[in-house]
Design a protein around this ligand. Sequence first.
Ligand code: FEO
Length: 411
Amino acid sequence: MYCVQNITEDLFFVGASDRRLNLFENVFPIPHGVSYNSYLVMDEQTILLDTVDKAVSGQFFENIEHVLNGRTLDYVIINHMEPDHAATLDELVLRYPQVTIVGNTKTFAMIKQFFTLNDDCPKHVVKEGDVLCTGKHSFTFVMAPMVHWPEVMVTYDTVDKVLFSADAFGTFGALNGNIFADQVNFERDLLDEARRYYANIVGKYGPNTLQIIKKAENLEIDVLCPLHGPIWRAKMPTDTPAHTPDIAWFINKYKKWGSYTAEDTAVVIAYASIYGNTENAAQIVANNLAKKGVRAIAMYDTSVTHPSYIVSEIFRASHIVFASSTYNNGIFDPMHTLLHAIANKNVQNRTISFIENGSWASQAAKKMKAFVEPLKNIDVLEPTVNIKSSAKEENLCELEQLAREIVDSLN
Ligand code: FEO
């Protein structure tokens, strides 16, 4: 049965949520599910903005059929070709063969790569600034390459001031009935998942993200419609609690994430420990920090916590401690995976320190530093603490000194 909601008078949410999928992109845990947002505008002509993942195609097609109510589908605008949004395009074309696909040249190149569509299928190629009038509404197109694929564009309804922002401003988590960010406690319940989504999915492309934000800031945005997670609206209902985050608040979060600016003055300690001795050294540093009055400390065992959560925490916090055992003459594998992810995201502007453990040939610190060295504006604090098998009396002085350096830097 259809399950749709109005966003504005002419604009309908026709997407759906998936709570069965364990791993988004087959790598990122999504314990609270994910939504695949799709939007349908009922104008003199009818316009669908993006499709959905195959997992929710049944719901999606019922939704479209219900909203169209016997009318034909005139356009489908493809803002992003990744299969979590475009996988049902071929079935859409089969069901609505007269539909005109709207995309840029890169979109159509990717359509050819992913699908074998009939060459006669109606197409409308757009570029930056082009306008598509559909009656009352006019849509203009803004290219957003690498947010998060090269073909990505965003679409702006100049009449209702709605920005369809593709992956930008998305959030992990299914939509549990309430589709607007102001209907939930976003800061308490969803901010961490919004950050984890950004850091892991789009995080590598900070400069591209800042570019699209700059373009978005020239637009008056009444409604912000991302492809995942809740929709943001400028005009909230009158009974909305005071201090509910608004569009500007969320754009500011994105500015911080896109510019690799820490949100919090805080310490994240990530450790990779085989038998608990490296963990013990990390814990001693945490205790020393706490004794010196530091309250914002988060510790993660890289063997226990999925790296996507720690990457997200590293986007949040200003100071990071990496502690790893030496393993097979290198970094213990879970820390290796984490550091690879951090280097891959081009994390910048952080203060980092290292603890290594080695029973006969310590290599972990040298190899951890090699991951961090190419990153921009990283301040490495000394001392790098070396533990031989387990922390002893003689290590306490250095562990204390490291905590002192971190405190000085925090201040
Ligand atoms: Fe939600 Fe890049 O796809």
